[in-house]
Write a protein that binds this ligand. Structure first.
Ligand code: 6GU
Length: 246
């Protein structure tokens, strides 16, 4: 997969050199290219923003640098990327969208600062490309760079060969499957007793059926506690008699 990011803060994307995403790049599973938007400005001050038409607070990102930057990025590759536009007014970024994006050969991210990008840029590329305006949650950040780090990590870990074993994301919270709609429960490792606290007996029992039952109950308990909204909108057929009594 190829990923391009156009930003006025290329250094903000340096975490993409580290850990899982950095390793995936080193191993040639992911080609990440970060571009400085100011390279496509032509004035002495490398201006990327201006005051909003109609008045109001803050500044808006000018369309011309974005147009030139995106044309150059599009010219540099084969075919059409999905254009991901981070914005607090976008559709929610979900595990489902991460899975969909992980199947695409090429993603281009356009994190903005200030009050966002002149609308005509989104319209212009929306006529030619698959454009997704996406929010990572119901809070407001100063810019789209942190959301890009979030989204790239969520997508990269789904690429074939990036995680040690493909089973690692089978049980993820929000993964489709038997535990769909339930959060992951607690986990334990050695030593068996730490500061007088033991590990739940069933996990030491070697009884796979009982372990699976216990994990499911803990997942249900945690979901009901932390995300009652997930229980309310789940398919009742996926709940069992035990869940309903909890
Ligand atoms: Cl994608 N951008 C900004 N600036 N704030 C956000 C966001 C994105 N998602 C949630 N808050």
């Amino acid at each position: 997969m190829r990923i391009d990011v156009v930003t006025i803060f290329p250094e903000y994307l340096e975490p993409l050199n580290v850990s899982l995403v950095g390793k995936a790049r080193e191993r040639g599973l992911l080609d990440v290219r970060v571009h400085d938007l100011r390279e496509w400005t032509h004035d002495r001050h490398n201006t990327v923003d201006d005051t909003p038409y109609g008045g109001g607070p803050g500044m808006v990102m000018k369309p011309e640098p974005w147009g030139e930057a995106l044309d150059a990025v599009l010219e540099s590759g084969e075919g059409s990327p999905v254009l991901v536009v981070p914005t607090p007014s976008g559709r929610p970024f979900t595990q489902e969208l991460a899975v969909e994006l992980s199947g695409k050969p090429w993603l281009v991210f356009t994190p903005a600062r200030y009050e966002g990008i002149d609308r005509r840029v989104i319209e212009e590329y929306g006529d030619r490309l698959d454009v997704r305006e996406v929010s990572i949650g119901d809070y407001v950040l100063a810019g789209g760079e942190a959301p890009v780090l979030v989204m790239v990590e969520a997508v990269a870990r789904l690429l074939p060969g990036v995680l040690g074993n493909a089973e690692s994301h089978r049980d993820d919270s929000f993964a489709p499957g038997a535990m769909a709609d339930l959060l992951e429960g607690p986990v334990f490792t050695k030593p068996p007793v730490w500061r007088d606290r033991g590990v739940p007996e069933v996990l030491l029992s070697g009884h796979h059926g009982k372990v699976a039952r216990w994990r499911r109950d803990e997942a249900f308990r945690r979901t009901a506690q932390n995300r009652p909204d997930l229980i309310e909108r789940c398919d009742p057929a996926t709940l069992d008699k035990k869940d309903r009594s909890m």
